[in-house]
Design a protein around this ligand. Sequence first.
Ligand code: AMP
Length: 456
Amino acid sequence: MSFSKLGLSTPLLKAIATQGYETPTPIQEQSIPAAIQGKDLLAAARTGTGKTAAFALPILEKLNTEHTRRPKYFRVLILTPTRELALQIEENINQYSQYLDIKTMAMVGGVKLEPQKQKLIDGVDVLIATPGRLIDMIYQRAVRLEALEVLVLDEADRMLDMGFIGDIEKILERIPLERQNLLFSATLSNNVRALAKGFMNKPTEISVISKDANDAKVNQWLVTVDKSNKSSLLSHLIKENDWQQALIFIRTKHGAAKLVSQLEKRGIAADSIHGDRSQDVRGQILADFKSGKIQFLVSTDISARGIDIDQLPRVINYDLPNAVDDYIHRIGRTGRAGTSGEAVSLVSYDDFKSLCSIERRLGHIIERRELEEFAPKKVVPVSILNFVPKNPNTKIHGDKDSRPAKDRPERDKKKSIKLKHKGKNQPNQNKNRPSKNKPSSRTTDKNEDPWGNWKK
Ligand code: AMP
């Protein structure tokens, strides 16, 4: 399949070629023709699958056929959960529309209102906004919604998680009924479906999400370590492996600042982004990280969805997030656009509960690598008991049996793991344990790859 078969006109095909895209990704192949026909779309696709172009290209195709730019009015509204994602989409749309007369604007919080108001007066075709800032602008009568033709909800699941439902409803009440709706979400949960039902018109449903959360292109592994040793373990890994670039996720803003100073004390230059830094500073730091000027960037989950860095080799989970979806989004920053990457997690006893949830979702134990000098005093148990590690040669941490898992009889696999849980103070895992010998419904389906045969 080539882009020319999808119904896109020459200026768009030229821009796609300039980006180096040769063939459409599966989500693009399915979404673009349906959206060009004017259908509503309900699409399940994670970031990294090419979903921005999947909605942006048909929108640009539509805008290009008719030019009616008016001050304060806009024809397309793309709602996104985070500022970073809005800016990323703006950058992508500017690239895709470089041979068209289309004006795009990202309207996000954390920066001054006045320049944004002025830009709206100058005229905009595509507005990409975070819900809160758009509501502010509506109340200040700086925007008019009556000319809207296409509404996109991007990362709808995330917007619901972040509590934007009230803002979204206010916006829906104010836009014309006659319009096209495109909803993209990493998961089509019941909440997302309920939202879609309320405002969409018989949407065409598209999904490129594999049944399980595994991404074959991201090599995931972890090291168990005591919490107090995490920063020295991280410095050790960076130096020993001669890592040149990594995005390091951490739960708290305070933790991010502390980690940067700990790394710097060990001679590793790093910077951090989190919600307390201004939008301008965040934008600049992100640009420096993308260009390689900053090699190690410590970030809270605020950036997990918005960051798109070509060929980011590695993501590090300094701690594990509480929500499994956040883990999936964090590791989705690497291994993008068909390239490979690795996701390394530093796991201490406090992370155990999160580890259980993550491994349960993945359907396999994450490969553990041991570093003797960092072996934890508080051992992190193995979480999913009936599973053989994805890499059958992996030795299970703390397991006295020197045979790799694949060479052990089924009975011994269970016995050796069971013994691990006899220790005091270890969380009771029985309630989450899959029933005996029952294969998990989330077991990897290797035939299902959201990228299909697509290659960049
Ligand atoms: P997205 O899922 O929209 O965040 O896109 C992830 C990455 O894939 C971005 O770096 C895009 O530039 C890239 N990309 C999107 N579509 C294609 C394509 N058809 N061929 C190659 N790269 C693509």
